[in-house]
Design a protein around this ligand. Structure first.
Ligand SMILES: Nc1ncnc2c1ncn2[C@@H]1O[C@H](COP(=O)(O)OP(=O)(O)O)[C@@H](O)[C@H]1O
Ligand SMILES: [Mg+2]
Length: 263
């Protein structure tokens, strides 16, 4: 049975084709990076998968089911959850309550968790990202980097089968980035975090910090102008002339340099 596949996915904004006929498959045991220059269409692609945006053409299949027409909450209940590039917490709720909200989803409830267990699960998720000591403070107390961590905690709390991450390391310093990147890999590999996750999720992760990304993924998909230009192991893609050209051509020499350093 197909675990996850998208086929010929296209999204236009007026005259701009942000995602152009993109198709690929993911296996349950894969952790995959999604990279490309700014404006390449990475975030749009993730928002099509989480159904925040509706595609103009194309099909999305998850666990053998066509989920193309589903609404965002249906997708979460099927077992896909993600983070947003622009964080949007409930600022006036305590941090832990931000993680408890997704745990009120039918998916979480159907797994037998309810109020008593929810708080512990939320704490485990916060511990995973390293902000459990601030659990009772309002989310407005968090720095930009810590808001990213809260996003990740909210996404993993529902124990998805497929975890979508949009620049989860944004705003974190190098040491924090390395720590969270390693945690994501460990989660994927099935490492337990308290009461969370006995079986790690497949991961599709957008990240500009190529050094951290390349060190934890098995596969990298590179997009440019809404199209896939490369798909392979980290070592393969950074040597790919099209990838080097996309980064250099787009004025992203520093990123290309990062990629080489990581190879
Ligand atoms: N809601 C939107 N309305 C109009 N244009 C958008 C919208 N979202 C993204 N775009 C445009 O689509 C292109 C791809 O954007 P995005 O997916 O955010 O790229 P990336 O995440 O790779 O940097 C960009 O040109 C961006 O300006
Ligand atoms: Mg983006």
């Amino acid at each position: 049975m197909t675990f996850f596949a998208i086929d010929n996915l296209t999204k236009r904004f007026g005259g701009l084709t942000a995602v152009n006929g993109v198709g690929f498959e993911l296996r349950r045991d894969q952790i995959v990076g999604l990279i490309g220059p700014n404006g390449a269409g990475k975030t749009t692609l993730l928002r099509l998968i989480t159904k925040i945006l509706k595609p103009d053409t194309g099909k999305i299949v998850f666990n053998g089911e066509d989920i193309t027409g589903l609404r965002p909450w249906d997708v979460v209940n099927r077992g896909i959850s993600g983070t947003f590039q622009n964080t949007r917490p409930f600022r006036h709720l305590p941090i832990i309550a931000n993680v408890m909200v997704p745990l009120c989803s039918p998916r979480a409830k159907s797994r037998g968790e309810w109020v008593k267990k929810i708080e512990n699960k939320a704490l485990d998720a916060l511990e995973f990202v390293g902000i459990s000591d601030m659990a009772l403070e309002p989310a407005s107390a968090l720095s930009q980097g810590d808001l990213k961590r809260l996003e990740v905690a909210r996404a993993i709390a529902t124990e998805p089968e497929l975890l979508l991450l949009d620049e989860p390391l944004g705003g974190l310093n190098p040491a924090e980035s390395e720590l969270l990147a390693k945690s994501i890999r460990r989660l994927h590999k099935g490492g337990r975090f308290g009461r969370l996750h006995s079986e790690g999720p497949a991961v599709l992760m957008i990240e500009h910090k190529l050094k951290e990304l390349m060190s934890i993924v098995d596969r990298v998909i590179v997009v440019d102008y809404g199209e896939i230009i490369a798909d392979g192991t980290p070592a393969e893609v950074v040597k790919n002339p099209k990838v080097v050209e996309a980064y250099l051509g787009g004025g992203h020499a520093a990123l290309a340099g990062d990629a080489h350093a990581a190879a």
